[in-house]
Design a protein around this ligand. Structure first.
Ligand code: GDP
Ligand code: MG
Length: 394
């Protein structure tokens, strides 16, 4: 007889962040060690993780290890990077978008500059749920660990996370990796995993936000009109809904007169569906690459945005010289490109290759862009910078 199908476990993307030497890689290895013991994962050694292969993502070089494992509840893809610069590049380029992250902080040091820098970036790129692992508990006394916990909760709140609700686990990645079953050993890892299972929600298709469709292509159906296609990013849409075509300085109202999924008319479509939409009274030349179709009056276009920008080094194919405020080049994002001006926030006037910074972007034309959208900047067809939109300014 046929075996009943295994239910597919929900999936989430997570990763370790935190100051160098606080134990991120040891913890990653320890998680797989404990889960292997519990029959849920395959052990990945510290060395295998730390010798992470180079990956080319958005033109930049990132050393990044992808480790996978399962708990009883979920399947996880976990990223760990060997160096601080790799963490920064991974977050700014949106290379592995994390649904949640484990902030590793050593009880012996408490929060350090890179702890703060990673938290700031996590906030800016939209990582909403963090779990704290206070590591090296084997080397610190109880008072010290408690002090570090209090400071971490305050720091999380300062950065706009829920410092009170955030789970904080005390333990020792090294003890767990060495098979120790005392409370700071393997049990602390099981506690950490239970907290992640519980506190980091499984990413869901966003059906409740207003309809948003990035347009992939457009064509004319003779006798019917203009059809746009793409994958719905948010919300739902029904035949007859009022929508707006946004981008390249235009905002054009139109009604969707037919909704098709797999070339069949359907009454309603939702986030995740690949659709073809027939638009009333729209001429093909009005639809341009990079436009979005949204629920009427739910979004507007703008040309000033705040972003986090990483400037590639010469070795990564980037510039050898810094950029200064007023730098003008081409920005590439989703399916469009435009002229852009980059300005440094007050106080800074240049950005060196290999460095990252908050910047203000002014686009030649007003576009509909949401925080979290990644982009690159190119000079003569070479990537010189990668970034992520963090805020709409106007
Ligand atoms: P990362 O830079 O954050 O990835 O830190 P690593 O995982 O490479 O750890 C840095 C050092 O701290 C290594 O020598 C580890 O063996 C050590 N270490 C990690 N976790 C613990 C722990 O829980 N207790 C102790 N005593 N040492 C640890
Ligand atoms: Mg490491």
């Amino acid at each position: 007889a046929a075996q009943p199908a295994q239910p597919v476990k929900a999936h989430a993307n997570i990763g370790t962040i935190g100051h160098v030497d606080h134990g991120k890689t040891t913890l990653t290895a320890a998680i797989t060690k404990v889960l292997q013991k519990d029959g849920l994962a395959k052990f990945v050694s510290y060395d295998a993780i730390d010798r992470a292969p180079e990956e080319k993502a958005r033109g930049i070089t990132i050393n990044i290890a992808h480790v996978e494992y399962s708990t009883e509840k979920r399947h996880y893809a976990h990223t760990d990077c060997p160096g601080h610069a790799d963490f920064i590049k991974n977050m700014i380029s949106g290379t592995s978008q994390m649904d949640g992250a484990i902030v590793v902080v050593a009880a012996t040091d408490g929060q350090m500059p890179q702890t703060r820098e990673h938290l700031l970036l996590a906030k800016q790129v939209g990582v909403k749920h963090l779990v704290v692992f206070i590591n090296k508990a084997d080397l610190a006394d109880k008072e010290m660990i408690e002090l570090v916990e209090i400071e971490m909760r305050e720091l999380l709140s300062d950065f706009g996370f829920d410092g009170l609700a955030t789970p904080v686990i005390h333990g020792s990645a090294l003890l767990a990796l060495n098979g120790d079953e005392s409370s700071f050993g393997a049990p602390s890892i099981r506690k950490l995993l239970a907290a992640i299972d519980e506190y980091v929600p499984t990413p869901q298709r966003d059906l409740s936000s207003p309809f948003w469709l990035p347009i992939d292509s457009a064509f004319t159906v003779p006798g019917r009109g203009t059809v746009v296609t793409g994958t719905i990013k948010k919300g739902t849409l029904k035949k007859g809904d009022e929508t707006e075509l946004l981008g390249h300085g235009s905002a054009i109202k139109t009604v969707v007169t037919d909704v098709q999924v797999f070339r069949k008319s359907v009454p309603v479509a939702q986030a995740g569906d690949n659709v073809g939409l027939l638009l009333r009274s729209i001429k093909l030349p009005q639809v341009q690459r990079g436009m979005v179709l949204v629920a009427a009056n739910s979004a507007t276009i703008g040309n000033r945005y705040r972003a986090q920008l990483y400037l590639l080094t010469r070795g990564e194919g980037g510039r050898s010289r810094p950029i200064i405020s007023g730098y003008i080049q081409q920005i590439f994002s989703a399916t469009w490109n435009l002229a852009v001006r980059v300005d440094m926030p007050s106080g800074k006037d240049m950005l060196m290759p290999g460095d990252h910074s908050d910047v203000n972007l002014t686009l030649l034309k007003r576009m509909a862009i949401e925080p979290g959208q990644p982009f690159t900047i190119r000079e003569n067809n070479y990537n010189v910078a990668t970034g992520i939109i963090t805020e709409r300014l106007s």
